[in-house]
Every structure is written in C-alpha cells, then in structure tokens.
Design a binder for this molecule. Structure first.
Ligand SMILES: Nc1ncnc2c1ncn2[C@@H]1O[C@H](COP(=O)(O)OP(=O)(O)OP(=O)(O)O)[C@@H](O)[C@H]1O
Ligand SMILES: [Mg+2]
Length: 340
C-alpha cells in the first residue's frame, strides 16, 4: 500500500507500477472549500488514467457523454481576441434568456481570469456541496434567476492562479461534472480569450450545441474572430457557429443621441459575418452604463426599459432562434475524443 499526497497531475508522472495505491487527493477546488473535507482517499489500480479514479465511498463521476443529462443547449461564447466583451455578452445574454423565461446556467470557464463573481456581485459567495445520489456535488450560486459557477468562488481573487494546464482542465471538469446543474434550457460558457487548452477541454467534455463569436469591428479583432470561428468549425471539432456579435459597434454620447462615432471601424463584424456565411446576431454600441453595470454586478440586461437592456433582449431572442434552427437542421454535436 503506497500513500501519495499530491495533486492528480503530479501523480501522473509517477504512474508506473501496477500495484493498488491509495491517493490522498487535494483537488484544486475542494481544497479551498471549508464545508468539504479537503483530504480525500482514492483507491486506484495502477496504471489507470485519472478519469478512472474513484473516491472511496463516493459514486464515480458519470463518464463524458453522460454528464449534464438535463441540459438541453450548451452555448460557448468565444472571441479570439481578449477584451472584446465576451464576459459582458455572456452575463447579459444569460440574464436576458432568464427574462425570456428559460432556465439558465452560466459557467465562467475563464479559469485564469474569472469575471463572473464581479459581474454578478457575488465575490463573497462560497458554494457548498450536497450529497446527491452518492456524490458530493457543488451547488451553483443563484443570482438573477441564473445558476452560476466560477473558479473565482474557490480561489483568492488577489492571487495569480499558478496552475499547469492539466490542473486548470481538472478544475474546469469539476465545475462541470461535479456540480448540481440540474435542468437547464441554456448552459452558457464564458470562455477565455484565444484558442486555448480550456477550449479543448470544453469540446472534449461537453457536446457544445453552438458557438457565439464576439468581435469588435476592428481589423485586429476580426482576424482573431476568424480564428475563433475556424477552431469550432474545424472538422475534428465540428461545433456549429450560431452567429457573430459585433460589440462596441459605435459610440453615441448621451448629449448627442443622433450621432454615432465608429471608434473601432464601421460594420467590420457585420462584413465578416457575411464573408463567413454566419448570422449576425446583434450590434451592441459602446455605452458607459454597460461598463458601469458590469462593474456594479447589475448586468444592463436586467432593465429592459433601457436601450441597452432591449438590445440584449433582442440578442437573446436571436440566439434562441438560431439555436432552434440549428437543432432542427443539424445533427447533435459529438464530443471531441480524447487522444491517448
Ligand atoms: N458594449 C460595451 N460598452 C461599454 N463597455 C463595454 C462594452 N462591452 C464590454 N465593455 C467593457 O469592456 C471591458 C472588457 O469587457 P469583457 O471583460 O466583457 O471582455 P472579455 O472579452 O471577456 O475580456 P477577456 O478576454 O479578458 O476575458 C469591460 O470593462 C467591459 O465592462
Ligand atoms: Mg472575459
């Protein structure tokens, strides 16, 4: 009997013998949860893959493909370029979908730069866990009628998360597969910028119904948006694109409501949507209140009497329309197989 006290990723280096070992596994997420014992025993016959590991006294996490059986549509929000408004769009889209009467979950998949705790003003939230069907499951935080999880609930916001790719990927899988998401019509994934390991983990863990690409009209953002589209439509990934959102399309000062200033160029994302034959789901102007509401934790979409609130509601209606069209016309997405 051998006892290791290491992260699972570190253990991977040592998998050589075929003896049975007991691992004391401090997961990146659970170790910071007071309500859960951080040291857990796992009984493993070596050499397994980490996904074969089972906690003693706990039922195993369902295998990939059987996760989230009650979730109907999974929508990835992506961009390519950073800072173009993915998280703002993800938060407001989730709020607007909930306002339309849908059951909505929002996963902050930006493990290294989570935004959602601030955007929903729940920075102090610490989700607890509940035993459900023999497994300890994290209970998502609920705010504005949305179920929400972020790695930001489990790590110190002032500390940089110095994790290897594998650890980030494990944490992400826990947020997906070890949480009680329940029944959802829409599960929104706010992804990090670029085409990263995290995106790969997402398409290897979930059958993403469709991707929504956010871009500003600026040429450098558009070039990256193109890459974002190609990552999903790549024939090994095959996630349909539901459409493109042009964010920061123009600026209108409050004192000159008729004027539009095209700070990042004019209709670039609209043009890209036409070129790449994907629908344009909406054009969102630069509005000071969108930024301020993001910082205050009260997404602009909460108030549909404002122009910005209405814009996000319209955007949500377009996302629903395109999702229904996609489901009617195309086969379900396949999860990308993990190369061993
Ligand atoms: N339409 C808008 N009008 C005004 N401010 C906006 C708008 N969209 C986004 N912002 C602001 O721009 C900044 C970047 O937005 P956000 O964090 O949503 O981008 P992101 O693409 O998620 O960034 P990252 O790549 O770092 O994850 C934020 O301060 C946000 O409040
Ligand atoms: Mg973001």
């Amino acid at each position: 009997m051998t006892t290791y006290e290491l992260y699972i990723n570190d253990i991977l280096c040592d998998l050589s013998s075929d003896e049975v070992v007991t691992l004391l596994y401090q997961s990146p997420i659970f170790s910071s949860l007071d309500s859960i014992q951080s040291n857990r025993s796992y009984n493993v016959a070596l050499p397994p893959t980490p996904t074969n590991m089972q906690a003693i006294g706990q039922a195993a996490r369902p295998e990939v493909g059987k996760l989230l059986p009650q979730v109907k549509n999974i929508i990835g929000i992506s961009s390519g370029k950073g800072g173009v408004g993915k998280s703002t769009v993800a938060a407001n889209l989730a709020v607007a979908l909930a306002k339309l009467g849908y059951k909505v979950g929002l996963l902050d998949a930006d493990i290294f730069g989570p935004s959602m705790p601030k955007m929903f003003q729940v920075e102090d939230a610490r989700p607890y866990a509940e035993q459900i069907d023999g497994r300890d499951l994290i209970i998502p935080i609920e705010k504005y009628g949305i179920k929400l999880l972020s790695i930001g609930f489990f790590v110190d916001p002032d500390q940089a998360t110095l994790w290897r790719g594998g650890m980030a990927s494990n944490a992400l899988k826990q947020l997906i597969g070890d949480a009680n998401w329940g029944e959802l019509h829409y599960f929104i994934l706010d992804t990090p910028p670029g085409t990263s390991d995290i995106h790969l983990t997402l398409v290897q863990t979930l059958a993403i119904t469709g991707a929504v690409i956010v871009s500003t009209p600026q040429q450098v953002a558009l070039a990256d948006a193109r890459k974002g589209i190609n990552m999903y439509t790549n024939d090994k990934v095959n996630v349909p694109i539901l459409g493109l959102i042009e964010n920061m399309s123009w600026f209108t000062p409050a004192e000159l409501p008729e004027n539009k200033y095209y700070l990042f160029g004019r209709e670039g994302a609209k043009q890209l949507a036409e070129d790449m034959n994907v629908p344009l789901l909406g054009q969102i102007p630069i509005v000071q209140s969108i930024c301020e509401n993001g910082d205050k934790g009260t997404p602009a979409a909460l108030d549909e009497t404002t122009i910005t609130g209405r814009a996000f509601l319209e955007l949500a209606e377009n996302v629903v329309k395109q999702t229904e069209k996609r489901n009617a016309e195309q086969a379900p997405t396949h999860i990308v197989e993990l190369k061993k």
